[in-house]
Design a protein around this ligand. Structure first.
Ligand code: HT7
Ligand code: ZN
Length: 876
């Protein structure tokens, strides 16, 4: 397959003003009749032929202005239909026949548990009808759906319902009209037997928007949280960004089989059930928070993505990075901004940093792709959000808001590029972001080396910074980037100074946003009475790897005193990382793993620090996970050393701080009914973290408390809060607990996914034989992406100790699974294949074993474009 290149972008030869779709949904065949008002694009001098994308369909009819178009005047192949000699303006009619019930790729129109539904982003619409399936062709859609009335009483599409009726043979029809022009990727259709839960939202200007959430019958009691979250998101976007909802009806449908979390189709969002259904008995606090974030994310797309859309798929981060940033701000406002930031950074470091440092590294705005579905990546999403956040940091909240207002106002109804976004921010703030634009085009995570130099005589403190951007595939030479680095200085009592750069007058603020632009640059602060401890990259002001030669005591000092809560956490994590790396060295040399006092004292002080900031204490005591440690390790990554060192440190910390954990466990017991408010979530988090340590330390009282909590829990957070450490430590009775858990929850698909994942990611319960047994379990289904993620995804990502078993048996098994999945769902297969992408980070033997499997996958003659791209890039 040939790559598509940004440099080769050309505007469409023809534009489409209106699209009338008529669906006849059937059990064997579904027919789609499309009537398009087409005209030559006035921006193109010689439009020439009309090119339409299309695949996996049977073409039944093509007519231009009511007359069949002769076969001699069109070319049809596996991927497209090209019409030659068409007029300047015309009506094009196309009839296609498709088989949604056989569509296991879950792109285009498919069936999920008997419900017809669509996924058109990025290129699914071309599996429904022949169409210029590109985001810069925007049209007004009218959709008529005809189906069996009994099986499919609910028929939905984008926009407003404008008609309905019954037909002979037990069929019925509904017609929808979407007044907003949109690209084909935002088209949606749903037909099924679904229950509806309704509410309404009144916008700031007094318009009423009807809100409907559709779920399978029996799940109506699990949409309350999603509905509340939706209304909260609608209100938040009005105040935070001045964005009002432009719809009369906002519909959300939950489906079981979905490749991602959710999809922002105009006025008809389609959600993975896992991203919407929640009640305390079946969903954890993390699920509640994830649902709120995803509901918010899809709603925010209504402006950042739908009203202002993309010119082409290279601009994906224009909508995704910006929307993730908006989602993060929303979640931070709803819960706790510093804790949200910690979680965002944790995700960035575990998923994006490794990507940026591996063979599939790409810029936030990629310049070529083989399969665009492979670019819904942590780089486009999470690093893309960091790029927006840096602009926010550089401009400040007010100018940033002026910039986004200008962006929405200038480009409403248009399909644009990241350039338009940057220009709107520049114009609104009078800042120059030319150098900053490199963040869109240069891949790789910058490394910043910082040294501090105190001059007692002059009373100055100088930070010397040096930036390096590593080489990435296809990009050897890099230019220095424009990087906002938020800095504070602490005096010996832990108070924040108000640092002023030499030449500046007095300042009030204790955090300074430095702007690093050169490869090497120094910043000198004056009026510094004693050698300070610097607090660098506060709130993680830029997505970089920063190095500074802190002593362990400095880190403990920052952990105890920094006013920047993110950096308090960061200092604790760095202390923990150091202890872990010392433990790895000890493990590899066969020495005893020691845990010195600094970490124990610092963490003990946190646990004894009262109930002030429970969420932060819990975050600080959460160990970095094994895959993040693998990313930090010098070649070769040693999965065994990581696993054993991490476990030993956990056990030793648990034993050293046993009384503190026990105190915290007891002090944070639940009182009263479950609530998903930030205080209650933080309390459960600290309680269950304490319990996990107690169990890890082998404390009998702790183990008994876990067994008891598992039995008595009235919510899933506490039930899993007990089961997880029981599984991790394999305490007596865990097998029975797992069995009873399944028995109790086997009818709740989302809970069964947790049951699969907890085992697949456990070094004890996720051995290769047990993984194979899980695949044979009656509840497992390769066609359901949630199940595949719960077992195979959790095994590859969450269980590196077993996945990287030295004999390579797990690699061979996993490659078989990739190949099997490729025949079912290429997007999922490609996602799994990424499990091998960083094989060069491992020792020679593991490299050889993984390479062998990658080559075996690549040899498969029918391999999808999706998997082919990941495998070939991984092999380099
Ligand atoms: N914009 C949505 C993208 C999406 C998607 C992409 C590829 C394959 C399946 C998909 N489902 C949804 C998700 C979002 O960012 O909101
Ligand atoms: Zn999105």
């Amino acid at each position: 397959p040939q790559p598509v290149r940004l440099a080769e972008y050309t505007p469409p030869a023809y534009v489409v003003d209106t699209v009338d779709l008529h669906f006849e949904l059937g059990e064997e065949w579904t027919s789609v009749h499309a009537r398009l008002a087409v005209r030559a694009n006035p921006d193109r001098a010689e439009p020439g032929a009309l090119f339409l994308n299309g695949r996996e369909m049977e073409l039944l009819e093509v007519a231009v202005d009511g007359r069949p178009w002769p076969e001699t005047d069109y070319e049809l192949n596996e991927e497209s239909l090209t019409l030659h000699g068409v007029p300047e303006h015309f009506t094009l009619e196309i009839t296609t026949s498709i088989r949604p019930q056989e569509n296991t790729a879950l792109e285009g129109l498919y069936k999920s548990s008997g419900t017809f539904c669509t996924q058109c982003e990025p290129e699914g619409f071309r599996r429904i009808t022949y169409f210029p399936d590109r985001s810069d062709v925007m049209a007004r859609y009218t959709t008529t759906i005809v189906a069996d009335a009994e099986r499919y009483p609910v028929l939905l599409s984008n926009g407003n319902r404008i008609g309905a009726g019954t037909l002979p043979g037990g069929r019925h029809w509904v017609q929808w009209e979407d007044p907003h022009p949109k690209p084909s990727y935002l088209f949606a259709l749903v037909a099924g037997d679904l229950a509806r839960v309704s509410d309404a939202f009144t916008t700031l200007s007094g318009r009423e928007v009807a809100l409907h959430i559709y779920v399978e019958h029996g799940n109506e009691d699990k949409v309350d949280h999603a509905m509340r979250s939706l209304k909260a998101a609608m209100a938040w976007d009005e105040t935070a960004y001045g964005r009002e909802c432009d719809l009369d009806v906002y519909q959300v449908v939950a489906v079981e089989d979905f490749n991602m979390g959710a999809m922002e189709n105009k006025g008809l969002n389609i959600f993975n059930t896992s991203a919407i259904l929640a009640k305390p008995e079946t969903a954890t606090d993390a699920d509640f928070q994830r649902i709120e974030a995803i509901i918010g994310h899809e709603y925010f797309h209504n402006w950042s993505g739908n009203r202002v859309t993309l010119r082409d798929w290279f601009q994906l981060s224009l909508k995704e990075g910006f929307t993730v940033f908006r989602e993060q701000q929303f979640a931070g406002d709803r819960y706790s901004a510093p804790v949200q930031r910690i979680e965002d950074v944790r995700r960035l470091r575990t998923a994006q940093f490794p990507e940026d440092d591996g063979p599939t590294a790409h810029p936030v705005r990629p310049d070529s792709y083989i399969e665009i579905s492979n670019f819904y990546t942590p780089t486009v999403y999470e690093k893309g959000a960091e790029v927006i956040r840096m602009m926010y940091n550089l401009l400040g909240a007010e100018d940033f808001r002026r910039g986004t207002d200008l962006y929405f106002q200038r480009h409403d109804g248009q399909a644009v590029t990241t350039e338009e976004f940057a220009r709107a921010l520049e114009d609104a703030s009078e800042r120059d972001l030319s150098q900053f634009r490199l963040w869109y085009t240069q891949a790789g995570t910058p490394r910043i080396h910082v040294d501090g130099d105190y001059d007692p005589e002059a009373g100055t403190y100088t930070l010397h910074m040096r930036q390096e951007i590593p080489e990435t595939p296809g990009q050897r030479q890099k230019e220095p980037m424009h990087i906002p680095i938020a800095v504070g200085l602490l005096d010996g009592d832990g108070n924040g100074l108000a640092p002023r750069l030499t030449g500046e007058g007095e300042r009030a603020e204790t955090t300074r946003m430095l702007e690093l632009r050169e490869a090497e640059q120094s910043f000198t602060f004056s009026g510094i009475p004693e050698e300070p401890v610097p607090s660098l990259l506060r709130s993680f002001s830029a997505p970089v790897r920063l190095e500074f030669g802190y002593r362990d005591e400095d880190l403990a000092f920052l952990l105890a005193n920094d006013e920047d809560l993110f950096n308090r956490w960061e200092a604790g994590q760095e202390l923990a990382r150091r202890a872990l790396f010392r433990a790895m060295t000890a493990y590899r040399s066969g020495a005893e793993i020691e845990l010195e006092g600094t970490l124990v004292d610092a963490f003990g002080a946190l646990l004894r620090g009262g109930t002030g900031d429970k969420a932060l204490v819990a975050e600080a005591l959460t160990q970095p996970d094994e895959s993040y440690l693998a990313d930090l390790m010098d070649w070769p990554v040693d999965p065994e050393a990581i696993h054993h060192a991490r476990r030993s440190i956990r056990v030793r910390l648990a034993q050293a701080l046993r009384d503190d954990f026990l105190y915290n466990y007891r002090a944070h017991q639940a009182d009263g009914e479950y609530s998903a408010d930030p205080e209650a979530i933080a309390r459960r988090r600290l309680k269950n973290l304490s319990l996990a340590y107690l169990v890890a330390g082998g404390d009998e009282a702790g183990i008994e408390a876990a067994r008891e909590q598992f039995r008595q829990a009235t919510n899933m957070t506490d039930r899993l809060g007990a089961l997880r450490p029981m599984v991790a430590e394999d305490v007596a009775g865990t097998g029975g607990a797992l069995e009873s858990f399944y028995e109790q929850w086997k009818d709740e698909a989302e809970v069964v996914d947790k049951w699969f994942a907890i085992q697949a990611s456990s070094p004890v319960y996720g051995t290769l034989d047990r993984i194979k047994a899980l695949l044979d379990h009656p509840a497992f289904n390769h066609k359901n992406p949630n199940k595949v993620r719960a077992v195979l995804g959790a095994f590859a990502r969450g269980n590196p100790y077993r996945f990287h078993a030295a004999d390579g048996t797990a690699y061979a098994f996993f490659a078989d699974q990739v190949l099997h999945m490729d025949g079912i769902n290429p997007q999922m297969a490609a996602a799994l294949a990424r499990g091998f992408s960083r094989f060069r980070r491992y020792d020679e033997e593991r490299q050889r074993l993984m390479r062998e499997q990658l080559e075996r996958i690549r040899r498969e003659p029918q391999l999808s474009r999706d998997t082919f791209e990941i495998v070939t890039k991984s092999l380099g």
